[in-house]
Design a protein around this ligand. Structure first.
Ligand code: HEM
Length: 490
């Protein structure tokens, strides 16, 4: 064997003389306990997996950059928007929600659109989806909803009865269910989806004025979707169709791009707007709050190691930068807790020091100490607590947000009281072309196969309230006994 290659070693760096044959007493064995090389190899294999994400387990990601094309400094002082032409490195992970780590890509599901911007003020994570709304508006219901999307505990099968039971008992889901069951619910690939921050966040400008903001990423590749039949065909040939499409397009230099826009609502208008702007099941009409261009997002570099960079990537809505803040949206508030908690369990205490998660353009200074696998401990400092007299990092009050006025008694408020769950779902339905409506009817009917009649009837009542034609169309598709595979015009 040529000696140009580096010598194989144990993880402690000890050279290995034979990587083919285990150490045995005689050619027939048994093996010797002292074959540490074999023991190390087997022990490492047993530790190759980490828990998959509890949701969004199957995903694909790439690095890229955000280039600012328009000045929005009147709304936000965040450094990332500092000047036209400014470029910030980012990492974008797409995903499906319900499937496990080995699920097929071409499945009807919401797509995750999780962004990490490596800004000079630390990382800004915008962990969104390809839909502007969500299934529930109170985080108390999120684990219940996810249980209906995962496998039945007894049969270990996916279970549409659970999904329709939950949705029909949760009318706030209707808007998102309408998107999921429409053509948009089955994208051709990740390059062909829009991204949405979905929640309302806040912007704060240099004068300490607050605005409410929604984030939009419009695909410049165009929206492309699959019929159920096309998807079934693709899955039978290629379970990684979206991963392959994204990876190969970047490798051949065909870099996918998105137009980055915001909708802006002045702080005071939240009190009088006809929709609660902190309700994640609602959109803001574009005629009320038009899209404002911000920049272009481009993906241009594939990760070198899927596990290290994609599987260990850890996004959290709690990662924000000065000039961008939270909002009272209850769902967002819960997510501020949930993600970092998940990462500490799934990846480990120091997950933020892993290269893909580590801030690249900002220095990290904190007093957190020790814990498993601490490998970035400060060297030789006396400033290991705060306050101290030894030059350790200190707070900077110039980053304080202006106070946010909150009112109300602490209580468990019924999130369904007085809420209109039908108007926006009906408006979306009426925006669809006849062909899109037909796809919606047949996708719904197909997915209701085997679901008990009482649940179907309850859900039909919701479709009727959104638009009588919506309910009638689904009834017709159900009567035709279609299996959800109605051919659609190409
Ligand atoms: C992943 C919780 C709602 C988008 C996750 C993970 C958790 C979680 C625990 C796995 C994190 C990990 O281990 O890496 C929640 C809770 C929610 C919620 C508690 C509501 C209360 C949402 C909403 C969106 C969203 C509304 C989109 C607007 C995502 C995405 C990922 C994810 C894109 C995958 C991130 C990645 O690529 O690593 N969520 N989620 N989630 N969630 Fe949520």
């Amino acid at each position: 064997m040529s000696q140009k290659e580096p010598t194989l070693t144990t993880s402690a760096g000890n050279p290995i003389a034979d990587n083919q044959n285990s150490l045995s007493a005689g050619p027939r064995g048994p093996l010797l306990m002292q074959d540490y090389q074999l023991l190390e190899k087997l022990a490492h294999q047993n530790r190759e997996r980490i828990p998959e994400r509890t949701v969004h387990a199957k995903g694909s990601a790439a690095y890229g950059k955000l280039t600012i094309t328009h000045d929005i400094t009147e709304y936000s002082k965040a450094a990332i928007f500092g000047e036209i032409g400014k470029e910030t490195e980012c990492f974008l992970r797409f995903s499906t929600v319900a499937g496990e780590r080995g699920a097929a890509d071409a499945e009807r599901d919401v797509r995750g659109f999780a962004l990490k911007f490596y800004t000079e003020q630390g990382n800004w994570d915008l962990v969104g989806n390809n839909t502007p709304v969500f299934f529930v508006r109170d985080p108390y219901k999120f684990p219940d909803f996810i249980h209906t999307q995962k496998r039945h505990p007894r049969t270990n099968l996916r279970n549409m009865t659970a999904a329709w039971d939950f949705w029909s008992l949760s009318p706030e889901s209707l808007h998102q269910v309408t998107i999921l069951m429409s053509d948009r619910g089955l994208p051709r690939g990740y390059r062909h989806v829009n991204g949405y921050g979905s929640h309302t966040y806040s912007f704060i400008n240099a004068n300490d004025e607050r605005f409410w903001v929604k984030f939009h990423f419009k695909t410049l590749q165009g929206i492309e979707t699959l019929s159920n039949e096309e998807a079934a065909r693709i899955v039978s040939e290629d379970r990684e169709s979206s991963q392959r499409d994204l990876y190969e397009s970047i490798e051949r230099g065909d870099f996918p791009k998105w137009r980055f826009c915001v909708q802006i609502m002045p702080e005071k208008e939240a009190e009088t707007y006809r929709w609660n702007p902190f309700d994640l099941t609602k959109v803001w009409s574009h005629s009320d709050y038009p899209l404002i261009d911000v920049g272009i997002l481009e993906l241009n570099r594939n990760p070198q190691n899927y596990f290290a960079e994609v599987e260990q990537s850890s996004f959290s809505p709690s990662n924000i930068v000065p000039g961008i803040g939270f909002s009272p949206d209850k769902m967002l508030q819960a997510r501020i807790f949930s993600y970092a908690d998940s990462h500490r369990y799934r990846v480990g205490t120091h997950y933020e020091m892993i290269p893909v998660n580590r801030p690249k353009a900002a220095k990290v200074n904190h007093y957190h100490a020790d814990g498993p696998m601490r490998f970035d401990a400060p060297q030789g400092t006396d400033a290991y607590y705060e306050p101290n007299s030894f030059g350790g990092p200190v707070q900077d009050e110039s980053f304080a947000e202006p106070p946010l006025r909150i009112s109300g008694d602490a209580d468990r408020y019924n999130h369904r009281d007085g809420n209109d769950d039908y108007t926006q779902a009906g408006e979306l339905f009426r925006l669809m072309s006849d062909d899109q409506k037909e796809q919606l009817f047949y996708n719904i009917a197909g997915s209701m196969e085997g679901v008990p009649e009482s649940i179907i009837q309850r859900q039909l009542g919701h479709f009727d309230q959104a638009d009588p034609d919506y309910g009638a169309g689904v009834r017709r598709a159900l009567e035709e006994g279609n299996d959800g595979a109605k051919p659609v015009e190409a």
